[in-house]
Design a protein around this ligand. Structure first.
Ligand SMILES: C[S@@+](CC[C@H](N)C(=O)[O-])C[C@H]1O[C@@H](n2cnc3c(N)ncnc32)[C@H](O)[C@@H]1O
Length: 264
């Protein structure tokens, strides 16, 4: 309940502070808003993912899931049974933000993408389909969710996704060594302050001047907002963009340090 009240207040603050593209004086960010955030162009991939989402939402199958994240209630992990449909409804990226992920990847053309938090793979699909030449590495701690994701990737005939199964803190350091470089990261896993900061720092080791970081649920809780503030204040980060649900950060040294709150 406290978390819900926090999110409502955070949303109100966002509405008050956010501006349109006309309040943006950075040419880099203005172009991004114009060509990516405001872009409403349809794509066959959106239709295909929407059909898959519909199918999953109708699935009555119940699977046993392992939770290593904030849902584990301070334990290392917890088990529970959940319908595939409810996993999709409650934790998969929405169509609107999935399209945004797609457009960001289409625009920046990253070659190496790392996703933290696969779940059943909807966000992974938006990124993988946006640039079939990219290598998309995605990590999920829950084996049964990861298996569901494999089924979905096969059904969509996508071949540029490499799945890794295990706890982020154990798997990510090795994956970072394997990938060697990072052009785009989507961090949508363990929604705690410590894990979000830890994942960001681990990924920074292989980032470059053009790496784009996208964080989900930056105002989901006071902890997540604290993590977002810390990340946007980080000395390596120049531009940060708060879209309420997503937070995007850039490391580009040629840009001056600026924090944007943009109405999306
Ligand atoms: C919000 S869901 C990801 C949703 C997915 N990105 C999408 O939009 O379709 C977060 C996922 O991270 C996994 N997770 C959370 N904490 C984890 C941890 N510490 N290690 C491994 N997996 C974890 C959960 O099992 C869950 O499936």
């Amino acid at each position: 309940m406290r978390r819900k009240a926090f999110s409502i207040l955070a949303y109100w603050t966002y509405l008050v502070n956010s501006g349109s593209r006309h309040s943006v004086h950075s040419p880099f960010v203005y172009k991004l808003v114009d060509l990516v955030l405001k872009n409403k162009k349809d794509n066959q991939a959106f239709q295909n993912i929407a059909k898959l989402r519909q199918k999953l939402l109708l699935k009555s199958q119940v699977i046993e899931i392992t939770d290593f994240g904030s849902g584990a209630n301070h334990k290392q992990y917890s088990h529970r049974f959940e319908r595939v449909a409810s996993i999709v409804r409650n934790s998969s990226v929405s169509d609107r933000y999935g399209r945004l992920l797609f457009r960001l990847v289409e625009y920046f053309k990253p070659q190496t993408i790392i996703e933290i938090g696969t779940s059943v793979g909807l966000s992974t699909l938006y990124m993988a389909l946006a640039n079939p030449d990219a290598n998309v590495y995605t990590i999920e701690g829950c084996t049964t969710k990861s298996e569901q994701a494999t089924t979905n990737f096969n059904a969509m005939q996508v071949s540029n996704i490499e799945q890794h199964i295990g706890r982020f803190d154990l798997v990510l350091p090795d994956l970072v060594k394997q990938a060697g470089k990072l052009d785009f990261a989507f961090i949508d896993g363990n929604h705690t302050y410590e894990a979000t900061i830890e994942n960001f720092k681990t990924l920074l080791a292989i980032a470059n001047n053009d790496t784009v970081f996208v964080f989900d649920d930056i105002h989901w809780s006071a902890d997540m907002q604290k993590a977002w503030n810390k990340i946007s204040d980080h000395k390596g980060v120049t531009v940060s963009i708060d879209l309420y649900r997503f937070g995007i950060v850039f490391l580009k040294k040629e840009l001056s340090k600026q924090k944007f709150v943009i109405r999306f």
